[in-house]
Design a binder for this molecule. Sequence first.
Ligand SMILES: Nc1ncnc2c1ncn2[C@@H]1O[C@H](COP(=O)(O)OP(=O)(O)OP(=O)(O)O)[C@@H](O)[C@H]1O
Length: 323
Amino acid sequence: MTLLSVEDLHTHFISRDLDNQIRVARALNGVSFTLEAGRILGLVGETGAGKSLTATSLMGLLRPPARVVGGRALFEGQDLLAMPEAQVNALRGRDISLVVQSPKSSLDPLTRIGDQLIRIHRAHRKVSEAAARDRAVEMLASLGIPDPARRMAAWPYELSGGMAQRVLIALALMNAPRLLIADEPTTGLDVTVQAQILDLLRDLVRRTGIGAMIITHDLGVVAHYCDEMAVMYAGAIVESGPVREVFGQPSHPYTANLIGATPERLRLGGPRTVGGPPPNLFRLPEGCAYRDRCPQAGPDCAQTPPDVALGAGHIARCHRVAA
Ligand SMILES: Nc1ncnc2c1ncn2[C@@H]1O[C@H](COP(=O)(O)OP(=O)(O)OP(=O)(O)O)[C@@H](O)[C@H]1O
């Protein structure tokens, strides 16, 4: 079942320069992808590609000067972008949850973690304090937090980075959301903790059938934990499909560059960049946004590239790709 279907999402930063001229940064330029229930989608791309902005656009969390200027985002068939703000706010934290980077700054430093868990549950569900407390303890236990009943009384500053990230995931799951978006959920954590947290996320998706989107620039995370992947460049998805298909036959020159030829490079993880200057969102070229950096670019790349279907749900947006 399709849980989330994003269609041609456009988000711009609209501002005025010193001469009072309007300046538009086209940060998202037609993002499209789908996520099925019970699956994990990895959204990858280099810094600035628009991964986090995609999440905040979907969740109604944009702040001026950023604005969604086009597209649809159907969550269980309902367009999140066309909903009244109050309805999106009600969905957020209940049916759709976002786990962001830097857990320490996302937890309320002045509230014990148990009270934070109880508060988010009772904000969305009509349950007693005792029932919310029981669920919170259960949730901490299911995330592998030792001695959960005692941990409820802990303050955020008392937690290690890995524990804080688990608590953040517990907060995101308190209301049994059907869609979880995790933005760099393990960046900055050591490799063992990273693997534990991603294992937990994967088990959760398999056990409960929720859909998860993991935003990352670590291709190793995508290769190990995701079912599908979408590769982002200059605010658009340039290639998407089942992880095995995309890694097996990276077809857009940007994806091929990002993945690199060697398995060693894949294992390295961490941020990746490709050669050449990053795209200027205020002056994106006509046609393919990657053409200034692309070793295979030709005159036809000044035209908008087609989405070429390569079979098994694998799609690449490029003039050089043959179906
Ligand atoms: N006020 C602004 N005006 C113009 N462009 C902006 C503004 N704020 C952010 N941007 C641009 O929006 C783009 C999207 O950023 P976003 O944080 O979504 O990228 P990302 O792919 O998540 O990167 P990272 O991996 O660093 O989190 C970036 O290129 C950024 O430069």
